[in-house]
Design a protein around this ligand. Structure first.
Ligand code: UDX
Length: 434
């Protein structure tokens, strides 16, 4: 099938490469020529394990190319909208202007029988608003939210948990549904669940899935505060409640909380949506989730201050800048927020991360950075592990003890063994653990 992918950011670049690897003939469209040049050279503009290989393989086979020209979409019969919907400045709501612009640019090139597939995360009502223009051109619109995770994006794209099709009418859209089934034949043949529903439900699926994940994290972080007050251990608590498969152990890792380009934005977008719809109880639940998440960051700063005997003039090493491991994404990164709060409180902070320091220095230019752990920790008065890269999980407390000035370790992700660190002579602290 001939496919165009409009928007070659994180979602679009992975999607274009993924669909090409499934045997389709794909053109990726973007306005950023620099990004297109890098993708054409087989270099992902961001760190995502496995993506460069997929890009090179697809381009060598001749099934993937990139272009800045919208007329290049004209030879495709299916068009995936993969542009971003970031949080609007000064509002909790998502900015859909890139989606609107993508559809406007696509309209002159649509042919009867084409299918436009919306993958961006949008507020309820977006698909119903855009559909008439697309239908007027003889094409159809399916909203098909995407659930890929950064750091696992290639695998998630090729092996999704489920496929959601939001349609204007199951019968009227039967041909479009069949076309999308053809595009996803490899996944459907493997037994991937496919659910067809009306536009509003499909639009809510993504925001509510991410808000539910955020709820689990904020719930366990609220429990971490109870654990701190009672002497309990939140990691053991999570193991114990997570055995119940109605609850599940995933997304119950307490610590400095969630960040990134999706969970915080989607919780806020759902809040804005609930407010618009006049659903007050949903607004207050979502507000609490966001509030608990933000307060974990200041609780960690307070813990650092307590264990280091104040922050003024203390040389602190922050391990991690990315919002999670295996990513160089620093959007709404808890690690950088904490680093900035520590510096604002008078500490001398140095941040290290194996892949994210370049992006971090663009967003937080006042912080100091190094790519090397040794540079960050040598002579430090305290260390905070805030992004659980594998290499930080495997740190040797006895060896590190020789490098630092004062051995204080604060585990903001609850991935280290407190006993091992204390035995090696460290003052060890974490949120929700004695
Ligand atoms: C999320 C969704 O998981 C994905 O389905 C959707 O398509 C995009 O948004 P992503 O933003 O890549 O994916 O990150 P995710 O793995 O969900 O982690 C989000 C944040 O939660 C990270 O900062 C992570 O460190 C934090 N987290 C995760 C916790 O604090 N505790 C946990 O138990 C799990």
């Amino acid at each position: 099938m001939k496919i165009s992918v409009v928007g070659c950011g994180f979602l679009g670049a992975v999607y274009a490469a993924g669909m090409a690897s499934l045997g389709h003939d794909v053109v990726g469209i973007d306005v950023d020529q620099d990004k297109l040049d890098r993708l054409t050279a087989g270099h992902s503009p961001f760190f995502e394990p496995g993506l460069d290989d997929l890009l090179i393989e697809a381009q060598n086979k001749g099934s993937l190319r990139f272009s800045a020209d919208f007329p290049d979409t004209a030879s495709s019969t299916m068009h995936f909208i993969c542009v971003g919907t970031p949080q609007l400045d000064g509002s909790l709501a998502a900015d859909v202007s890139y989606v609107n612009a993508a559809v406007q640019s696509l309209l002159p090139h649509l042919k009867p029988g084409d299918v436009v597939v919306g993958k961006s995360t949008v507020p309820v009502g977006t698909a119903a608003r855009l559909a008439p223009m697309i239908v007027d051109a003889g094409a159809d619109l399916i909203w098909n939210p995407e659930f890929l995770r950064e750091g696992h994006a290639v695998k998630d794209t090729l092996n999704p948990d489920r496929l959601i099709y939001g349609v204007r009418d199951k019968e009227a859209s039967a041909a479009a549904i069949q076309d999308l089934d053809e595009a996803y034949a490899t996944m459907l043949d493997r037994g991937t669940v496919r659910l067809v529903m009306a536009y509003p439900t499909a639009e809510l699926v993504k925001n509510s899935a991410n808000s539910f994940l955020a709820t689990k994290i904020s719930f366990i972080n609220a429990m971490a505060e109870l654990c701190d007050a009672s002497g309990a251990d939140v990691t053991e608590l999570a193991d114990a409640i997570g055995i119940d498969d109605r609850i599940g152990r995933k997304f119950l890792n307490a610590g400095v909380g969630f960040g990134g380009g999706c969970l915080p934005k989607d919780v806020r977008a759902l809040q804005a949506q609930a407010r618009d719809l006049g659903v007050d109880s949903a607004v207050s639940l979502l507000n609490d989730i966001d509030h608990i998440n933000q307060s974990q960051r200041s609780r960690l700063v307070a813990l650092a201050s307590r264990l280091c005997g104040g922050l003024e003039g203390k040389r602190l090493a922050v391990l991690g800048a990315a919002f999670k491991p295996n990513s160089d994404d620093v959007r709404d990164s808890p690690a950088l927020d904490v680093a900035q709060q520590l510096q604002d409180a008078g500490a001398v902070v140095i941040v290290c991360d194996p892949h994210a320091t370049t992006n971090a220095s663009l967003r937080f230019p006042d912080l100091s950075y190094t790519d090397t752990l040794i540079d960050a920790v040598t002579d430090s008065d305290g260390m905070l592990l805030l992004t659980e890269w594998q290499e930080y999980r495997e740190l040797d407390p006895a060896a590190l003890r020789q490098l630092v000035h004062i051995p204080v370790m604060i585990d903001g992700r609850n991935v280290l063994d407190p006993t091992a660190w204390r035995t090696a002579g460290w003052t060890f602290g974490a949120l929700g653990r004695p």
